[in-house]
Write a protein that binds this ligand. Structure first.
Ligand SMILES: C[S@@+](CC[C@H](N)C(=O)[O-])C[C@H]1O[C@@H](n2cnc3c(N)ncnc32)[C@H](O)[C@@H]1O
Length: 130
């Protein structure tokens, strides 16, 4: 099933616990105005929405070419109490290129072919953990 919608409306589409994992791939960095940061899909306001549709536990896999957005996102996940894992500042580094499990998106192909590093993280929460 494909749904084209605004991420801010996820709670109108999905019930709590219906989503286990969200992939955020190369979302718009909204770089210019400070007040536009609320539009970033990794802003704490969006993280609260994702959490609401995930129920007790959930995970987000996030990739971007934008270092400033990545640094911002690390802070937003930490602020909301998400556990970070597999944080990479250059996903495609190494002699063998990107890991075999990595699925390249259109923007990832575009930016990595220009030699730009790809930033990636996994964020987890489990409200049942102590
Ligand atoms: C730079 S494109 C990346 C496209 C694709 N994910 C890729 O990696 O090749 C950014 C995408 O984020 C989507 N986007 C931005 N804000 C959104 C929001 N609030 N809700 C849903 N999608 C959003 C845009 O529609 C656009 O498709």
């Amino acid at each position: 099933m494909f749904i084209i919608s605004d991420a801010s409306k996820l709670m109108e589409i999905f019930a709590p616990g219906e989503i286990a994992r969200i992939y955020i791939n190369f979302c718009d960095p909204w770089p210019v105005r400070i007040k536009w940061r609320k539009r970033r899909l990794t802003h704490v306001n969006f993280l609260k929405i994702y959490r609401a549709v995930m129920g007790d536990r959930g995970e987000i896999f996030f990739k971007t070419d934008n270092r400033e957005l990545f640094d911002f996102s690390l802070g937003q996940f930490a602020q909301e109490g998400w556990r970070l894992d597999n944080v990479s500042f250059d996903l495609h580094a190494g002699a063998d290129g990107p890991p075999p499990w990595n699925i390249m998106t259109e923007y990832e192909e575009k930016f990595s072919s220009q030699g730009m590093p790809i930033y990636r993280l996994e964020a987890y929460f489990d409200s049942r953990e102590l």
